[in-house]
Design a binder for this molecule. Sequence first.
Ligand code: URA
Length: 234
Amino acid sequence: MSSESPESQLSLFGETTAIPVELPANNFELIPTSSNIPIPPGTYSSLSQLATHCQVCHRCELGNTRINAVVGRGSEQAPILIIGEGPGQNEDEQGLPFVGRSGQLLEKILAAVKLTIERDIYICNVVRCRPPDNRVPTPAEVAACKPYLLEQIRLVNPKIILLTGATAVRAITGKKDGITKIRGTWIEWEGRWCMPIFHPAYLLRNPSPDVGKPKWLMWQDIQAIRAKLDEVSL
Ligand code: URA
């Protein structure tokens, strides 16, 4: 029998070296049910392995009310990764991010500069489970889900990350600036180009195309994103 105390065994999870985890459905010991147990970088060898794990995750209480964990969709080799806030009702029901009205608008915006989710984009959220009544996820929920987001970024390895709305900006950069102030600016983060942009739900609430309004500003931003992609793809 091992003489190690539970504490010293737990500290193994705190190491930053990769622990390759095969997750057989019946091995519940390997499933972190507490957000105190870190998921170190390198834990997953594929996005499908990560997705399997998310479906049984209870690192926060959102796991109790979800229909589906909503992990991601799009190209797993995409040069651009888009981060939203959290799944809504349609996403929860279908298990896919941005499949409701916000997603339809986002796809239109991307198509305007000849980008498609299937080929150029991988899209996911700060949290993988729907917050009740579509409320903003709490800092504890964001922290519990962040290892999955960081693993998705590592596995997709995008050159560009788009942060839709204040929750995504704060989760990745820690910046608390209002989105109106910070949108359209490039931020270097972990060797990647990140741009905060308006959340499509905000554009749905502010439909005016007039110069200087959110939709017009989004058009400036998506053109700058297209130009950056062309530049980094050379
Ligand atoms: N809004 C988000 O932030 N994410 C989704 O997946 C859908 C709507």
